[in-house]
Design a protein around this ligand. Structure first.
Ligand SMILES: O=c1ccn([C@@H]2O[C@H](COP(=O)(O)OP(=O)(O)O[C@H]3O[C@H](CO)[C@@H](O)[C@H](O)[C@H]3O)[C@@H](O)[C@H]2O)c(=O)[nH]1
Ligand SMILES: [Mn+2]
Length: 749
């Protein structure tokens, strides 16, 4: 009885988070913004330039809020039921898992090893999984670590499966002590595993910095005389799952690849690596679905592949056009929480339109879509339409599009036609073909980069995502209570600023290339609101109005002119600020974050706007002028020695950041910190003048200055701190110079 009814239950459901109350709040804020603009227009003749500048800035803010309101209008997400999967689907599809890494120093191999182990031990038939690691660092140490990891996997994977371990990244698993109550067989086993894991760590550590073992082992020959930016393709099958019996058959394939690099060739950073992964995996296993994770993003949930398959398999029944399934990006070492809030509100909002934006990691893609298919290339039953067959499968067109490798072309045809092309051929037989598709000229005169992962932006994720939605596909957002993937991210200070600068630059690049959401209004199959959602990437352009707006209250105090409305109409500004604060505070608290983390995030967002995204604009201008190119600076990854439990309880999420010392702001002498220091000093100068003159009519503007000082508090602290926590003298002197100039200009008029 239970069986027959559960057979009818869906394996995945769409959940709507529509809320009329939130819509009302969004609209009220929008209304207040428009009233302010109207007030400014009516009174423009009585006021001077500052009025006009404020009007322009507030127009930008209103436009951004309009976009936010559109995005948040009908939030939704998908809820999978992986427990029902086995009853409904007897032959689960294969999944290829991609892990790109690029630098053994900034991305310590033991972190990569943990990510790989968490993937190899996934709760999914081992013969249906294959893990490919792409190494842009061409590091023998990374290869060595993977080889050792594959040996450890022979005991780790069966252990995880036997005891149904939830977190399968050993570093994370062993942070929790063994409970005294646990049965003796398990605890014997546990202790043995811990010892073996520590041995693995020691081996990797000992190999770091000591290259003796290199010469001794024949297996490392390929790495001799190589440089990260100058070497031939290396493809190594670290472990091949040949079925068989016992524990060995429990460990999926593991393949190490490093594409050819030559100094004067454009290699497209991570995007190039992803396309190489796409080709090699196509040759070797050609799974219809692919998981991509950054090298530091371990799977925190053993069922994650099954969760994603619920969406794909459910959707294929309804002939729905889901191209990818994105899980939220969550971090074990993040001090600031804005990303979590953005994903929960804006992320779910976009998910309710055409589907979430691909964010580079924690995402399952469909191979056919990555090969460039459009949603209307398919018949209702999922097979290629005859027009598409004619267009895509002609021999000439195949070679022009996918390149000259015959094996690859054959695998692409199989993938497009949904044929499983996995003959019982050993992976090793494909090494030569894999090397061929790794040549740095392989993509020359092909369409790689116009499909697959798209080139011409360092934010390859947003870029690729737009490409997919433009071709009419939808996507799906799953955010289980227990974070599916957890990674490392720089939180505050220089590392975070540099990372955000790259994101900002990449997002603007997206607007300037072929896939731009701004062009082709009626030609493309993207929904209008989805297009608007992509305009949210303009967020980094808001750095200019934000910077200006942070200076306006100070200017008005120094220059003795009004910035805010007078009389009862000041109520518009006060209500607007108050309502926006309470609304965002509520968003943080509803996710279990504290008032303090709300405040830190608000401050961090303003600092990012002025110290990071401002430089993104500079990068773009230099790129457009042909003066410099945009590069990909890899974020530094850390693996904490001790961590508090990261469970699904929101209140426990909070502990994670607080216990560490990550919140302290670090400075250096780069120009990133000049704007922030300048804003701080200007506002302090204006407040000093206010308190000396004490003109009560400017009280609102003085409050504005105090608000800015509170938001830039790390800079105020930085004035008094020493060492890396203090603002360096060179930065300070430049900012002082600018401040003096600003004060003279404001007072002088
Ligand atoms: O030349 C490169 C540079 C980077 N990577 C890899 O790309 C991943 C992401 O790099 P990271 O430095 O961690 O960047 P983040 O800013 O943390 O990454 C976010 O932003 C990127 C776009 O800027 C996305 O690609 C990522 O998926 C997303 O998590 C890592 O696994 C790197 O090893 C390469 O493979 N080759
Ligand atoms: Mn990262």
């Amino acid at each position: 009885m239970a069986d027959s009814s559960s057979a009818l239950l869906p394996i995945c459901e769409r959940i709507s988070h529509k809320s009329y109350a939130l819509r009302a709040v969004d609209l009220t804020i929008l209304g207040l913004l428009f009233s302010l603009l109207i007030y400014r227009i009516i009174h423009i003749s009585q006021n001077d330039n500052i009025w006009l500048v404020a009007f322009l800035c507030e127009s930008c803010f209103s436009f951004i809020w309009l976009i936010i309101t559109c995005i948040q209008w009908s939030p939704a997400e998908d809820k999978p039921y992986p427990d029902r999967l086995d009853e409904r689907v007897h032959d689960l599809p294969s999944v290829d898992m991609f892990v790109p890494t690029a630098d053994p120093v900034r991305e310590p191999p033991i972190i990569v090893v943990n990510t790989v182990l968490s993937l190899l031990s996934m709760n999914y038939p081992a013969n249906k999984l294959a893990c490919y690691v792409s190494d842009d660092g061409c590091s023998p140490l990374t290869y060595f670590s993977l080889r050792e990891a594959s040996k450890f996997a022979m005991i780790w994977v069966p252990f995880c499966k036997k005891y149904n371990v939830k977190v399968r990244a050993p570093f994370r698993y062993f942070l929790n002590p063994l409970l005294a109550t646990e049965n003796s067989e398990f605890s014997r086993h546990w202790k043995m595993m811990k010892r073996e894991y520590e041995k693995l760590c020691r081996k990797v550590e000992n190999a770091t910095g000591d290259s003796h073992w290199l010469g001794a082992d024949h297996d490392f020959e390929a790495f001799s005389n190589t440089k990260p930016n100058d070497h031939s393709t290396i493809v190594k099958v670290v472990w091949e799952n040949k079925g068989g019996v016992g524990d060995e058959k429990e460990v999926p394939h593991l393949v190490y690849i490093s594409r050819e690099k030559r100094p004067n060739y454009l290699h497209h950073y991570k995007t190039g690596a992803m396309n190489f992964l796409l080709r090699v995996s196509g040759l070797m296993t050609n799974a219809p679905y692919m998981l991509t994770v950054d090298c530091d993003m371990y799977a925190n949930e053993a069922d994650v592949v099954r969760q994603a398959m619920c969406v794909f398999l459910q959707n294929s029944e309804n002939s729905n056009h889901c191209a990818f399934v994105q899980f939220p990006q969550e971090f074990y070492d993040s001090y600031t929480k804005e990303l979590a809030v953005v994903q929960s509100y804006l992320g779910r909002g976009v998910a309710g339109i055409q589907g979430p934006i691909y964010c580079g990691s924690g995402c399952f893609h469909t191979r056919r879509v990555m090969y460039g298919l459009s949603s209307d290339d398919l018949e209702d039953n999922g097979s290629l339409s005859s027009a598409a067959k004619k267009e895509l499968l002609g021999e000439d067109s195949l070679v022009r599009t996918y390149g000259s490798s015959k094996e690859l072309v054959k695998s692409v045809v199989d993938a497009l036609q949904k044929k499983s092309s996995n003959p019982k051929n050993s992976l090793k037989n494909f090494i030569e073909a894999a090397q061929e598709v790794g040549h740095c000229h392989y993509e020359y005169q092909t369409s790689w980069g116009n499909f697959g992962w798209l080139y011409d932006s360092v934010a390859e994720d947003i870029n690729t995502s737009i490409g997919i939605h433009l071709r009419g596909w939808t996507s799906s957002y799953i955010s289980p209570d227990r974070p599916a993937f957890l990674g490392s991210t720089p939180s505050v200070g220089l590392e975070a600023i540099v990372q955000q600068r790259r994101w900002g630059t990449g997002s603007i690049e997206v607007l300037f290339n072929q896939q731009s959401p701004l062009i082709g209004m009626f030609r493309r199959k993207i929904k209008f609101r989805q297009r608007l959602a992509y305009l949210w990437v303009l967020m980094c352009l808001r750095s200019i109005p934000e910077l200006v707006y942070c200076l306006l209250p100070a200017y008005s105090l120094l220059h003795n002119s009004a910035l805010f409305p007078k009389g009862p109409c000041l109520g518009i500004t006060v209500t607007l600020v108050g309502m926006h604060c309470l609304y965002s505070l509520w968003q943080y608290m509803s996710l279990g974050f504290s008032v303090q983390s709300w405040y830190v995030s608000q401050s961090h967002l303003r600092i990012l706007a002025t110290c990071s995204w401002l430089f993104s604009i500079q990068d773009i201008i230099l790129k457009l002028l042909g003066i410099s190119k945009v590069g990909f600076i890899i974020a530094k990854k850390t693996m904490p020695e001790t961590m508090t439990t990261f469970e699904s309880q929101p209140s426990q999420r909070e502990d994670d950041g607080k216990k560490s010392d990550l919140g302290k702001f670090e400075f250096d002498s780069s120009s990133h910190f000049i704007p922030g220091t300048f804003v701080m000093l200007v506002n302090l100068a204006a407040l000093a003048r206010f308190f000396v003159g004490l003109q009560w009519s400017s009280l609102a503007e003085a409050c504005g200055c105090i608000l800015v000082v509170m938001l830039f508090l790390p800079f105020l602290k930085g004035l008094f701190e020493k060492g890396k926590y203090g603002i360096p003298l060179s930065t300070l002197s430049k900012a002082v110079f600018l401040t003096v100039l600003f004060v003279l200009l404001s007072v002088g008029k």
